[in-house]
Design a protein around this ligand. Structure first.
Ligand code: F6P
Length: 373
């Protein structure tokens, strides 16, 4: 009997998702005549039976299209809002998987998706995942689908900001996505020639940033570009977050845990205006005008780059092959020019952050980039 494969895209969207859906589908259809069923809107589609047949026709013409034809969502199988109530839908998903006669489920997503996929693996489903996020922070893979496109978009933005910063003798701060990992900011900062790069992994001192900018002015360059990750933290904020996280970890009572959780929520809320605050601080310290550009969702939209289409096709076709070979519970990781299945259990809950001694950081420092540390 032919195999029946389910596919979902979950978490934030990223360019290249359709290329991945197409790769899994075309390879499985072509090699062993599988039937491909897409489920809309992430894990919710599995729980609420939001099915969509992905036949040859549906898979055609989507390689270059941004977003995801399946839709996506951030719902978790074990905590899904149904009619205003939080419900554990894991067993419903397992029942639906059996009811639809699926032989395998492909989940394309980032960190959250891997945690959710692991739950389904533990519930007995045959799951394979593909790493996707513009943040590039999925563990055990060299690259994630979406990063290359976002890198191009963010780099172009940094490029364009140069001429206006130069003309007005201003500091321009470009806020780039990445709450917990700085790959995108670091990559675009280096490729776009930002003067200062601020990432979550390297807490900054605003005085050091101002000193770097003033140094440029002294040498006759009275404009600067600062590339800042949305999750970049000052040294003080970083210490406050670390202390609150430690209190949460060591909490002995429910009240203590709740207090630490509230403290973390307050810190997170306060951090949301960080880039604007940084601009005001730098104006005061340097006497230069500062402006902020928040790149936001532009980084996730539109046509995937050639690199992302290629990566999605490499990973997706391997997923189809692994399903054929009955290899499950794995993420298809990119390793050099090749691909490698790695246990989902080793990926879930692990974040690939930028090591402070990473080669990209060393190169950036060698061309005079300041990290404000
Ligand atoms: O996970 C990718 C990402 O783009 C992050 O960089 C960003 O912080 C987050 O998603 C925001 O996504 P949303 O607003 O869609 O939840």
């Amino acid at each position: 009997m032919n195999k029946r494969i389910g596919i979902i895209t979950a978490g934030g969207d990223a360019p290249g998702l359709n290329a991945a859906i197409r790769a899994v589908g075309k390879a499985a259809l072509g090699s062993y005549g599988a039937e491909i069923i897409g489920f809309r809107d992430g894990f919710r589609g599995l729980a609420e039976d939001l099915r969509m047949r992905l036949d040859k026709r549906a898979l055609s013409g989507i390689l270059t299209v941004g977003g995801t034809v399946l839709g996506t969502g951030r719902d978790k199988p074990h905590r899904m809002e149904i009619d205003g109530q939080m419900c554990d839908m894991t067993s419903v998903i397992v029942r639906n998987y059996q009811k639809f006669g699926l032989d395998a489920l492909v989940c394309i997503g980032g960190g959250g998706t891997h945690k959710n996929a692991l739950r389904l693996v533990e519930a007995g489903l045959n799951v394979i995942t593909l790493p996707k996020t513009i943040d590039n922070d999925v563990a055990l893979t060299d690259a994630t689908i979406g990063f290359d496109t976002a890198l191009g978009i963010a780099t172009e933005a940094v490029d364009r900001l140069h001429s206006t910063a130069h003309s007005h003798h201003r500091i321009i701060i470009a806020e780039i996505m990445g709450h917990r990992a700085g790959w995108l900011t670091l990559g675009a900062g280096i490729a776009g020639g930002a003067d200062v790069v601020l990432i979550p992994e390297i807490p900054y001192d605003v005085n050091h940033i101002a000193a770097a900018i003033r140094r440029r002015s002294r040498h006759g360059t009275n404009f600067s570009i600062v590339a800042v990750a949305e999750g970049a933290l000052s040294k003080e904020d970083s210490a406050a977050f670390a202390a609150a996280a430690k209190r949460k970890l060591n909490a002995k009572t429910k009240t203590e845990k709740q207090r630490a959780k509230t403290e973390l929520a307050v810190l997170t809320a306060n951090h949301s205006g960080n880039t604007l605050r940084l601009a005001r601080q730098l104006e005061e310290l340097t006497r230069l005008e500062a402006r902020v550009t928040i790149l936001g969702y532009v980084q996730r939209g539109g046509t995937p780059s050639a690199g992302d289409r290629l990566l999605a096709t490499r990973l997706g076709t391997m997923a189809a092959e692994l399903i054929h070979d009955k290899v499950f519970g794995v993420m298809v990781a990119a390793r050099g020019d090749g691909v490698k299945p790695v246990p989902i259990a080793d990926v879930a809950g692990n974040l690939k952050t930028v090591p402070p001694d990473h080669a990209w950081i060393q190169s950036a420092k060698r061309v005079g980039t300041s990290f404000g540390d």
